[in-house]
Design a protein around this ligand. Structure first.
Ligand code: DGL
Length: 260
């Protein structure tokens, strides 16, 4: 059986990229909802509907777990999907807890989509982990559009980030939380602006660790066989050489930025 990774678009590849290193024998399906991306600036009702459609498709594909490699979809729709389906559904949330554990003294800047930043799930997370009121939140929706166009290092990206980060006294922060899976591609652009003292924190490692725990619990971790990955755009299998090359280019970018 396969493990599905689902995102509104190409951001979820960053989580899959991590999982592929940790799980060498699994068969993966990557589902990018390219018809509906971006999610983060749409209504919660729309996102609920898109996620329900994607799940229906994925459940018909012989999957043993679904990783919602999207903070926005998790924030809006994971509880409803867990209530509906009886398989491990691994969600994501901005890794504010991890950032505060690494440095409980300095400030933390959580970046995400507008839906995630303003959502109830985020409120609960802050209440739970941010006792000292060190966390600030910033929505960066344009990065999703830039990422979908593979525009990672352009002057437009840099200008956008400079403008959005200008109100913050970055010297007082220890971490920038990448609370949207599309944001991993922009580590080099962020790096140009952030002080050296700020580290990147994302939820990829924690999400994959949770996936592994769930599979082990159910005795469903593959221990032999070759790793495979199939790609889908909104329910359509990607077979076109040009599109497969597009995906390969995202994966190359992820190799480059992995250790930054
Ligand atoms: N990649 C998604 C996330 O982690 C959302 C991007 C979008 O569609 O707005 O939140």
């Amino acid at each position: 059986m396969k493990i599905a990774f689902f995102d509104s678009g190409m951001g979820g590849l960053s989580v899959l990229h991590h999982a592929r290193k940790a799980l060498p024998h699994e068969s993966f399906i990557f589902y990018a909802d390219e018809t509906h991306v971006p999610y983060g600036t749409k209504s919660r009702e729309d996102v609920e509907r898109f996620v329900a459609e994607a799940f229906e498709f994925l459940l018909a594909q012989d999957v043993k777990a679904i990783v919602v490699a999207c903070n926005t979809a998790t924030s809006v729709a994971v509880p409803a999907m867990r209530a509906r389906y009886d398989l491990p559904i691994i969600g994501m949330e901005p890794a504010a807890k991890k950032a505060l554990a690494l440095d409980p003294v300095h400030r933390v800047l959580v970046t995400a989509t507008p839906i995630t930043v303003a959502g109830e799930k985020m409120e609960h997370l802050i209440e739970r982990v941010d006792r000292e009121h060190l966390v600030d939140r910033l929505a960066l929706p344009e990065l999703v559009t830039f990422a979908e166009h593979m525009e990672f290092d352009s002057p437009a990206v840099e200008n956008y980030l400079r403008k959005e980060l200008a109100p913050y006294d970055l010297a007082t922060y220890s971490a920038l939380v990448l609370g949207c899976t599309h944001f991993n591609y922009f580590k080099p652009a962020f790096r140009k602006i952030l002080p050296r003292t700020m580290r990147f924190v994302d939820g990829n490692e924690g999400t994959v660790a949770q996936l592994i725990r769930k599979l082990k619990e159910r005795g469903e971790l593959a221990e032999e066989g070759e790793q495979t990955v199939e790609y889908f755009y909104s329910g359509e299998r990607v077979t076109d050489a040009e599109e497969l090359e597009r995906i390969a280019a995202y994966n190359r970018r992820l190799d480059e930025v992995y250790d930054l």
